[in-house]
Design a binder for this molecule. Structure first.
Ligand SMILES: [Zn+2]
Length: 331
């Protein structure tokens, strides 16, 4: 059950819509090896054996047998049957329906395994290996095409009675909003700030206006408007872009305020958009935050960017295994 220096070694799978990240990680956070398996339009019958083989190959490259590993974890996209480890119908993989991936890998690898949603797994990765290290109360926010939270409170991951805890992207911020969310509700946090929702909102606003500067930053096609085009337009001072950017900042601040006043965390760790865009994204949020959070809460909380950044997926599954299989917490 141990690798070099007597450390336990864990295998992690991060199931994405177009790729699956596989990482071999020691309990102190050394990434011994990583691989990427393409997952676009694939059949689970092809991919599952490849996942097991790749895990064994990664172990072998570190002079380990798979039986030397302390276990594996799967970081899974929703919707999923969390307690039974089944991928139900991930939206980006039409052929993946009701796939019992946890049982499959347990049998194929012959070691203990666990399964958790991707936002919680990413939070566990930041908790053990990144910006949440040593904190008993911290929150990780994925801020990408969608928005999710992993909430660690009182030295434990919040999961909820039926494992849906932490779906913070779907907390409504506005009652009478016409901003439609991917979940089917209106006015969710994600509907205002998720990359996919922001892009769709701008595409709707700019329909037919191919000479608008935001459309030009998207290469001249309204349907190609994305967060990157918006960011470029903001940097260029385009008035509509500045207006949309300001609304995103205010909605983020409102959401951060709810988190701070509810959980009183010591750290709030921000994912993709925050670190990819930088101060241009985070500074206006912090300016608005005092409107939405008590001073006691903002004084207690450092707001920082993810430390694991684009490698977070390689740590996520292993971090889930650390938490659920090894019982790791802050000592
Ligand atoms: Zn929603």
């Amino acid at each position: 059950m141990s690798g070099s220096c007597g450390e336990k070694v864990l295998l992690g799978y991060d199931i994405g819509g177009t790729k699956i990240g596989i990482g071999l990680v020691t309990e102190s956070g050394r990434l011994l090896g990583k691989r990427r398996v393409e997952n676009k339009d694939t059949d689970p019958e092809e991919i599952l054996p490849l996942l097991a083989e790749t895990g064994k190959a990664l172990a072998a490259e570190s002079s380990l047998d798979v039986s030397d590993l302390a276990g594996f974890g799967i970081s899974a996209p929703g919707p999923a049957d969390i307690p039974n480890g089944i991928l139900l119908n991930p939206p980006n993989n039409r052929k993946w329906r009701n796939v019992p991936i946890l049982d499959y890998l347990r049998n194929a690898l012959g070691i203990p395994g666990c399964f958790e949603n991707d936002a919680n797994s990413a939070a566990l990765a930041e908790w053990f290996f990144g910006a949440g290290k040593g904190k008993t109360d911290f929150i990780y926010l994925t801020m990408s095409t969608g928005i999710g939270a992993g909430i660690v409170t009182g030295n434990a991951l919040l999961r909820g009675k039926t494992f849906f805890g932490g779906e913070f992207g779907h907390v409504p911020l506005e009652m009478n909003s016409d901003r439609v969310c991917g979940c089917g509700h209106k006015g969710c946090y994600e509907a205002f700030c998720g990359g996919r929702s922001v892009a769709l909102h701008l595409q709707e606003l700019l329909k037919g206006q191919t000479d608008h500067p935001i459309v030009q930053f998207a290469g001249g096609k309204v349907e190609d408007i994305d967060m990157l085009a918006l960011e470029k337009a903001v940097r260029a001072g385009v008035p509509l872009a500045l207006e949309v950017w300001d609304e995103i900042a205010m909605r983020n601040a409102q959401a951060f305020g709810i988190l701070l006043n509810t959980f009183n965390p010591e750290r709030l760790v921000l994912g993709t958009l925050a670190w990819a865009v930088g101060d241009l994204y985070t500074a206006p949020i912090l300016r608005y935050l005092p409107r939405f959070a008590w001073k006691e809460m903002t004084d207690a909380c450092q707001i920082v960017c993810s430390e694991l950044r684009r490698d977070i997926g390689y740590y996520a599954g292993a971090a889930a295994a650390m938490y659920f299989l090894l019982g790791k917490r802050v000592q």
